[in-house]
Design a protein around this ligand. Structure first.
Ligand SMILES: [Zn+2]
Ligand SMILES: [Zn+2]
Length: 750
């Protein structure tokens, strides 16, 4: 099918009902169909048949055929294919004609581009400029960014986001709309289990967007798929060229009001794992000599099992940190001698990026190095049978640990319910994160021998502190002390062979937070869903193609469609079906909106206030009520935070009732929510828990490492207050006869 034009195509009569006896609009049916086909990864033939089927039942309810259907869906969406030499992987150019050919600069053979495409020697790029313009113009984010830029002023003592980092500040990047800052993620994802095929997408997030909007506005720039990994100087060529162009010539776009804007695009940070990072820096990987991309640690070979591993033990002081200038110099030496110098193998294409630092432009990336690295490594030391004779082994207590774990009822901010450690080989990064930050302090208390427990808490304390919404700069000093102590003590607690590269990266963690802000702002978690969607799409077609790229775009298109077609009045059943198929939430009509962004959800019950409630509410409002008949809600949403009453939570495997309150000490459980008679005023009743801090002190570090964990005791106190008094959501954990609570750290929510 020829793609002759690049024009936007819209769905005609999108707000008209598809039939006179229904309220479903053409737009809604279109969105439902798209959600259905992405949910089930339908083949092209299946989609064509589905469209035909629906159009036969109800003529013209959808675009005539798959060609016109796709025209609406992918209007203006056209990717570029770049080919490389099948022998030497040298970049050849853009495939834009069946007869195009070029001479490979390495092997000097004449190559026909069409042959390379047939052989799979190509990758796909969608112009970043188009993605950015769509985001700013069509999705209304330009205005949102202007608003965010206007109100971003935090105190210098805390770090609220990536823009507060020293490196960001050093670069003197002008605020939006003068400039826009991107973080880039490039990682290899294995695709087919039985082969060594992997997929390498290039994603960006826009750092200027509020954190909650970053994930749903990811940009996919390039996609390579094949055996092994791509040659970076080939794959990155068109990518780096476009980034330079968008920096130097600026992105030109128009506001809703039609004002032309010019925005300089910066690519500031690469968020990668320890395989992609050295490939991009062109530095040796961690198993080679001088394999740390951040410092000049040589590494030490230590025997482990049958072979040897490279470890990175801490000396008396940290090895010299690498710098951009020094790395460029070493790279030039390496290029002329063809031998790596201090781990630097050669120059990198990224040197060409404007104002980009090849060392500080990367971070240790905590999802891979901490959650999937260090935390998983220690769990296997404690639980694996091969260590069952060691002092740190808790394998004998695994039944008790597992039953504690699975009995935890986390709040809905934690996506997955806890699973037993037996199935830890299937745990996702987010499950390791929950184990580290939320569960392990309580689960391991009195289980892991004291000196091992106190050692572990050094890690928990540091990572928890750097996962706060606002990270306190003075606290970073303590985190650095704690992390260095954690690393230094491993040889005599566990053995020298366990100071792995992931463990070593912990000594660079605080530096990266100073440079780029809180850990949540710069981890790869934000890219995880997108990688999973791509994997699913690839599994469907078994080969990377323009179609995979397009389908990815389709999945991302669902959200704006939901906004466009379901925002106004919509049949409850239709909205429910769309929610189910798309995993998106469209507004429920059962919700009641109150002041200050508070929403009451679900069934309402009319009943009378109890004596305790009446006393509490009259103390709160300072007058007596005209009537004690009230409307009760068991679920509310406060600024996007879901809250359930204790009774409602009791029915489910999640507990969304625990919070801290502004101007009150302790932890509170939501007892009930009532709408006062003849008003639109909501009052929450909370049961108070008295709390005291769990204490874990460590020599040399003058702070209670467990001050965020509270031992809690329920009281009879009923406190009435406004929903807007709710501070942090908390998690509660039962262990033996004690109850513990802590505030949730900050990480991305659904
Ligand atoms: Zn060649
Ligand atoms: Zn290092």
């Amino acid at each position: 099918m020829p793609h002759d034009d690049d024009q936007d195509v819209y769905l005609p009569n999108e707000n008209e009902p598809i039939h006179q006896n229904t309220s479903i609009t053409r737009g809604q049916l279109f969105a439902l169909t798209v959600a259905f086909m992405t949910r089930h990864s339908l083949t092209t033939a299946a989609i064509a048949d589905l469209i035909l089927l629906l159009n036969t039942i109800l003529p013209s309810c959808l675009p005539e055929n798959i060609y016109f259907f796709n025209k609406v869906l992918h209007s203006g969406y056209c990717t570029d294919t770049y080919v490389y030499c099948d022998v030497c992987e040298v970049f050849l150019g853009k495939f834009d004609g069946e007869t195009k050919n070029a001479v490979c600069s390495a092997c000097e053979k004449n190559v026909f581009f069409a042959d390379m495409v047939k052989k799979g020697c190509f990758f796909i790029v969608y112009p970043l400029e188009k993605s950015l313009r769509t985001m700013l113009e069509d999705n209304d984010l330009g205005q949102c960014l202007i608003d965010t830029a206007a109100c971003s002023s935090t105190s210098a003592a805390v770090m609220a986001d990536i823009t507060d980092g020293d490196e960001y500040q050093r670069k003197n990047i002008l605020p939006f709309p003068n400039s826009i800052s991107l973080s880039c993620n490039i990682d290899g994802v294995p695709v087919f289990k039985s082969s060594n095929t992997s997929m390498w997408p290039i994603f960006y997030v826009v750092n200027n967007l509020p954190f909650s909007l970053r994930r749903e506005n990811l940009i996919l720039h390039g996609l390579w798929c094949g055996p092994g990994k791509p040659k970076m100087e080939c794959f990155l060529k068109p990518v780096v060229n476009e980034l330079i162009d968008l920096h130097d010539s600026k992105l030109v776009w128009r506001t809703k009001a039609g004002v032309e804007m010019e925005t300089t695009v910066h690519c500031d940070l690469f968020v990668c794992d320890s395989v992609a990072r050295p490939a991009l820096q062109n530095i040796k990987q961690f198993n080679g000599k001088f394999g740390c991309g951040f410092c000049m640690h040589e590494g030490v070979l230590v025997s482990k099992g049958q072979g040897t591993v490279r470890t990175y033990p801490s000396g008396n002081h940290l090895p010299e940190l690498r710098t951009h200038e020094q790395t460029v110099e070493l790279a030039c030496q390496a290029e002329s001698t063809h031998v790596a110098v201090s781990g630097v193998k050669g120059i990198s294409l990224l040197y060409l990026l404007p104002d980009f630092d090849i060392i500080t432009g990367f971070n240790p990336e905590c999802m891979h190095s901490v959650m999937l690295g260090v935390v998983r490594q220690f769990a296997s030391l404690w639980m694996d049978s091969q260590y069952s004779g060691c002092a740190f082994s808790i394998r004998a207590k695994s039944t008790m640990i597992n039953s504690l774990l699975v009995s935890i009822k986390p709040p809905s901010e934690v996506k997955r319910l806890p699973r037993s450690l037996e199935s830890r080989c299937y745990w996702k990064a987010s499950e390791w994160r929950a184990f580290l930050l939320l569960y392990s302090v309580v689960i391991l208390k009195g289980v892991l021998p004291d000196r091992y427990y106190n050692h572990w808490i050094l890690l928990v304390y540091s990572v928890y502190s750097m996962h706060q919404k606002l990270v306190d700069r003075t606290c970073l000093l303590t985190c650095d002390l704690a992390l260095n102590k954690f690393v230094a003590e491993i040889p005599h607690l566990y053995g020298a062979e366990f100071v792995s590269y992931n463990v070593h990266l912990l000594v660079h963690l605080v530096e990266s937070v100073k440079n780029w802000g809180p850990l949540w702002a710069t981890s790869a978690f934000v890219f995880e869903d997108a990688n999973r969607i791509l994997m699913r799409l690839l599994h469907g077609t078994r080969t990377v193609s323009k179609q995979v790229f397009q389908n990815f775009h389709t999945v991302h298109y669902l959200k704006p469609m939901a906004k466009a077609y379901f925002a106004n009045k919509c049949d409850q059943k239709v909205a429910k079906l769309f929610n189910k198929l798309s995993h998106l939430r469209v507004p429920c009509t059962k919700a009641v909106r109150f002041e200050d962004g508070v929403v009451g959800v679900g069934h309402r019950i009319i009943s009378i206030l109890s004596v305790g409630e009446l006393l509490a509410v009259e103390a709160y409002i300072g007058t007596s009520l005209p009537s004690i008949v009230v409307t009760r809600f068991s679920r509310i949403i406060v600024n996007g935070m879901v809250m359930h009453t204790v009774n409602y939570s009791a029915k489910f495997k999640r507990n969304d009732s625990l919070v801290s309150l502004h101007n009150h000490s302790g932890v509170f459980a939501l007892h009930s929510v009532v709408q006062l008679p003849a008003t639109m005023q909501l009052v929450c009743f909370f049961q108070r828990y008295r709390v005291h801090q769990v204490v874990v002190h460590s020599a040399e570090i003058n702070v209670n490492l467990c001050k965020h964990v509270w031992h809690a005791h329920q009281t009879e106190n009923l406190v009435a207050c406004s929903p807007t008094d709710i501070g942090h959501k908390c998690i509660g954990l039962n262990s033996k006869s004690s109850f513990y609570c802590m505030k949730l750290p900050f990480f991305e929510l659904d």
